[in-house]
Design a protein around this ligand. Structure first.
Ligand code: ABN
Ligand code: CU
Length: 707
């Protein structure tokens, strides 16, 4: 590691770098440029490929010294990754923005940085010109003069033992697209070139023993113009969906009921910071809730820290398809610009995201984060059967949604962080986009490993698994974690303790050490997990203030022991792992459970979760500062309904306060309707439509909404 004497910049750059208002605010374009200029100055005369420039968030203590203890604004640090031509390879470092200096740089040996969008784009140009690839295209049935119709999805190679980590490699998943407006996924090719990203050349082509000619079935597309050709239009109806064009609009006549001060959100009783980075995408930090005047900390930081999409076809080279989409490509780098009234409806506040381009220039994705409210259905209700339900209180809720959508080549991941008025936090993921496809010969059976979703199109079985990293701070820094299992009474029917046999209870198992925290979902006991503060005890229940993780989409990873998948995603093997929080001078430890540099990692030498578990298996995690990792997701056996584009598949989890509030925390939300028994008896109209929604009406008559 090189500790650096200060590299100063000229004062014009300095003057144009405003100080952010909050220590967790993502780097501004000016700050990114400043760091790039510092690095360029240090390496003047060399070719520098910028991979990452991002905020190095202040460590927890420094942050709360500033936030809660009147301390100084923490150092404003940036973390960067660059690739230098030649032997020096991948370098990472820290820059001090306020002092305009590089603090340290180190060469990270034997690793490769994540692939940036520009890295991915180069590969298509390379393969189109390669004589070996052209030959294979011709053999597949695409003439050499149609190479402009050849496309590839460039993926990291995952890990291939033939080259190991010695070169920076991509695998090119090959397709033919007859017209640029078509979707290529209905025309996969059967071979797979391997491209060296530094040399920009094809170094090998994996060719299967069984050859398959490209399909001559029409492309299956989903663009409206193709759909109109296929199914007709309103003018030319042939089974066209009827009455599908009546809009459902959202009206928020008085605007939003949230307030944003820079990146700090105030909504209902919540306050928190909304961050965004190249890798995890949205990061929610310093989440607190105002409990009738008392501000209570809940979570220090929550983010999606890694994911893996392992495919289940064991035939070479499909084992290489197991994308670590967050660590290898970045949920930030792959994020979409969102459009008003389309990705989200209503009154929207957007945040832009800023990254670095390979040249060192800042680049911006406009409207990367969408923030808006939606109606949340009923928040609570009760009516009295004694007067035919006239006595009732009906309270509707609203929810705050912070969302982003990222495209991982073929798939779209729509990420919705949803806060509810009762203090719960939901994470909903909608999976859409296109199946990853491989060619299926005319007389070929896809066997157990995939499904023919269209003629000559095999979509392999796969999983989408995420690692959610939660750093709880419930009523303070010292928290514990536990599993909660619904259990029948241990005493048999007829015994003194359980005479009628109906007894059941919640068994809570608090983790003493990291080893205890390695657990799996169990649907038979309705397993949930608790993060709690053992010192903050509820006056009625005598139980500790808790956030309960309710998560049922928890399939076990299906790749076997010894597989690349398990080695490279050690976190996916179990549903939970809890570790002590650590940091160092320059930031948090234990952020990324497949390691800081998972690209082309063999999974052999320990990094990420495997390293942490090796080091910390017996570490105490009770009543201390902990980070909680949770694996969740779905197993996807493709079907024709998922093609040519997949209707959103939804999976979700929730964090719910338990024994944290004295009583129902939304009692003070104004009801939509309230009528007491005495009012009903006296014939007094209840407080009907307290918050009248004047846009609601009967569908087939013009009566007003309330009567
Ligand atoms: N799913 C693999 C991937 C993600 C992003 C970009 C290319 C490939
Ligand atoms: Cu899928």
């Amino acid at each position: 590691m090189e500790r650096l004497a200060q590299i100063a910049l000229n004062t014009t750059v300095a003057a144009s770098t405003p100080t952010p208002s909050h220590p967790l605010d993502p780097l501004s374009p000016q700050e990114i440029k400043l760091v790039a200029d510092l690095v360029k100055t240090k390496y003047s005369g060399k070719s520098v490929n910028f991979n990452t420039i991002t905020l190095r968030e202040p460590i927890k203590r420094a942050y709360y010294d500033w936030k809660e203890r009147g301390g100084a604004f923490p150092p404003r640090l940036a973390y960067f990754v660059i690739v230098l031509e030649g032997d020096e390879g991948t370098q990472e470092g820290i820059a001090d923005i306020r002092n305009q200096s590089l603090i340290e740089i180190k060469q990270v040996k034997g690793v490769h940085p994540m692939l940036t969008p520009s890295d991915l784009r180069h590969t298509e140009e390379v393969i189109r010109k390669d004589p070996g690839v052209i030959k294979q295209c011709v053999l597949s049935g695409v003439p050499a003069d149609r190479m402009h119709e050849i496309y590839c999805d460039a993926w990291t190679i995952g890990y291939d033992e033939r080259w190991g980590g010695s070169r920076r490699l991509q695998q090119a998943l090959m397709y033919w697209r007859s017209h640029e407006d078509d979707s290529q996924y209905s025309h996969p090719l059967d071979f797979c070139p391997v491209v060296d990203l530094n040399e920009l050349k094809v170094i090998h082509i994996d060719i299967p023993d069984r050859r398959r000619k490209v399909s001559r079935h029409p492309h299956s597309s989903f663009h409206p113009k193709h759909i109109a050709e296929k199914f007709g239009t309103k003018q030319n109806p042939s089974g066209y969906r009827q009455n599908d064009d009546f809009p459902i609009n959202v009206t928020q006549p008085e605007g939003v009921s949230f307030n944003m001060d820079g990146h700090v959100m105030n909504w209902q009783n919540f306050q928190f910071h909304i961050g965004f980075n190249y890798r995890e995408g949205i990061v929610l930090s310093d989440i607190t809730i105002n409990d009738h005047g008392k501000v209570r900390p809940l979570f220090h930081r929550i983010s999606l820290s890694e994911m893996i999409v392992p495919y289940g076809c064991p035939d070479f080279p499909h084992q290489r398809k197991h994308a670590l989409d967050i660590g290898e490509y970045g949920a930030g780098y792959c994020t979409n610009p969102l459009s008003l009234g389309c990705d989200c409806k209503g009154v929207i506040h957007y945040l832009d995201a800023h990254f670095v381009e390979s040249t060192g220039a800042p680049t911006t994705v406009r409207n990367a984060v969408c923030i808006h409210e939606e109606d949340d259905g009923l928040l609570f209700k009760h009516s009295d059967f004694r007067d035919d339900f006239q006595t009732n209180v009906t309270t509707r809720g609203k929810k705050l949604i912070i969302s982003q959508i990222f495209t991982a080549a073929n798939y779209e991941y729509c990420i919705y962080w949803i806060l509810r008025q009762d203090g719960s936090i939901k994470l909903e993921i909608r999976l859409t986009g296109i199946l990853n496809t491989y060619i299926c010969g005319d007389d070929e059976d896809t066997g157990a490993w995939g499904t023919q979703v269209y003629p000559n199109v095999n979509a392999h079985n796969h999983q989408h698994l995420f690692s959610l990293r939660m750093h709880p701070r419930i009523d303070g820094d010292n928290n514990s974690a536990a599993t909660s299992d619904a259990k029948t009474s241990p005493y048999p029917t007829g015994s003194a303790q359980n005479k009628y046999g109906n007894g059941f209870y919640c068994e809570k198992t608090t983790y003493k050490t990291v080893k205890d925290s390695i657990t799996d979902f169990d649907s038979r006991t309705g397993r949930t997990w608790d993060m709690f503060n053992p010192s903050s005890v509820h006056p009625y229940s005598g139980k500790p203030a808790t956030y309960k993780l309710w998560s049922t989409f928890c399939p076990p990873v299906l790749a076997q022991e010894g597989s690349l998948v398990r080695k490279r995603a050690p976190w996916s093997v179990n549903t939970t792992q809890v570790l002590p929080y650590t940091d160092d001078d320059y930031g948090y430890g234990r952020l990324y459970p497949s390691g800081d540099f998972p690209t082309q990692w063999s999974g052999d030498e320990p990094q990420g979760m495997r390293k942490w578990l090796n080091e910390e298996m017996d570490a105490p995690i009770e009543n201390t500062d902990i980070v909680f990792f949770h694996t969740f997701g779905i197993t996807h056996f493709p079907a024709p309904e998922d093609f040519p584009v997949m209707p959103t598949e939804i999976f979700e989890l929730q964090l719910r306060p338990r024994n944290l509030f004295r009583e129902n925390p939304v009692l003070d939300v104004k009801p939509s309707f309230a009528s007491t028994t005495s009012e009903v008896k006296a014939g007094v109209k209840g407080e009907a439509c307290l918050k009248k929604d004047t846009s609601s009406r009967y569908a087939f008559s013009d009566n007003s909404c309330c009567h």
